[in-house]
Design a protein around this ligand. Structure first.
Ligand SMILES: [Zn+2]
Length: 323
């Protein structure tokens, strides 16, 4: 009999990562593709997923019938049980049932969840948070995502809108955030927050190697790493500021949930995680209740860029258990 496989996707605003897992939960094939979500219709995004999955099936030389299930993490508010994307900031989806057309096309179950929720689930099942029961996850990328495992279960809140730590307000009259508020963690510590700060400083005439990269929007994480290592003063200042607010947010979350572990993931952490972790851990004592601080660990995501792919695998395996 032909072997069976799972296909897992990490759907971002600018790229899709795909992995084929065998039944031993090993990644046997990978695909990375740029997406152009801007301006594309819903049909086109759905087409993109279908074409990526088809391409993977072809590239790995297997048949559609060998695919046992497909799962994806995507940005936005997602009804994980029904497979409906309620809202998505970067993708043109609203109240969109993505489950049906994908299941129809491939004849296999399809699962979808919020990308950071799924990433934290991946770290909880297979990564650095394995064996913990309460996990706080903070994913630092272009934006700032959050995820929470409470008592061994992914907590998504009422109507799947929970764990939006990125919009925890830390400076009420601080920089403007995408959500319309001011001083959210996302506006201070995400790539956007760091980029805005560097742009502002460059605008004041301060010299920085990041000026061009921040002029038009957000920089690539690798470039941040390079300039951090080169000790570009404005870059170091911007990152230290981001870490300071991440430490305050982490302290608040630790005091609220008393998790065994706080996991930091996302593109920025994948590139510059050691620097961020050192700074956050150095600062966080000031913001944690001492009794709780003693029982929590602060760690980088163990699966790196694969957190969401492994979380998607966990959704498949949890989903198949329920049937
Ligand atoms: Zn906000």
């Amino acid at each position: 009999m032909a072997e069976s496989y799972y296909i897992c996707l990490d759907i971002g605003g600018t790229k899709i990562l795909g992995a084929i897992f065998n039944m031993k939960k090993e990644i046997v094939y990978r695909l990375k593709k740029k997406t152009k979500a801007d301006g594309d219709s819903v049909q086109n995004v759905e087409d993109t997923i279908i074409s990526v999955v088809s391409e993977m099936i072809e590239g790995f030389h297997i048949k559609e019938s060998q695919i046992k299930a497909i799962a994806a993490g995507a940005p936005g508010v997602i009804d994980q049980e029904k497979g409906i994307v309620l809202e998505s900031p970067n993708l043109p989806w609203k109240n969109y049932n993505i489950k049906k057309p994908i299941e129809k096309k491939f004849g296999a179950p399809f699962y979808i969840g919020n990308d950071v929720n799924v990433g934290v689930l991946g770290e909880y099942k297979y990564g650095v948070a394995k064996g913990c029961k309460n996990v706080v996850g903070l994913f630092v990328g272009t934006g700032m995502g959050g995820g929470l495992i409470l008592d061994g279960k992914l907590y998504t809140g009422h109507l799947f809108k929970g764990a939006e730590y990125g919009h925890m307000i830390l400076v009420p009259d601080g920089p403007r955030c995408n959500c319309g508020q001011r001083g959210c963690l996302e506006a201070l510590s995400s790539k956007q927050g760091i980029s805005d700060y560097i742009r502002q400083q460059a605008g004041r005439g301060r010299k920085t190697a990041m000026a061009d990269a921040c002029a038009g929007g957000v920089f690539k994480s690798k470039l941040l790493k390079k300039n951090l290592e080169a000790r570009d003063p404005v870059t170091v200042e911007a990152v230290n500021r981001a870490c300071y607010y991440l430490a305050i947010a982490s302290g608040n979350l630790v005091n609220t949930f008393s998790p065994e572990i706080v996991v930091y993931g996302g593109g920025v952490i994948e590139a510059c995680g050691d620097y961020f972790l050192d700074r956050i851990v150095a600062d966080v004592d000031r913001f944690c209740m001492p009794s709780i601080r003693n029982t929590v660990r602060f760690e980088k995501a163990g699966l790196g860029d694969d957190s969401i792919l492994y979380g998607a695998l966990a959704m498949i395996l949890d989903g198949s258990k329920k049937k």
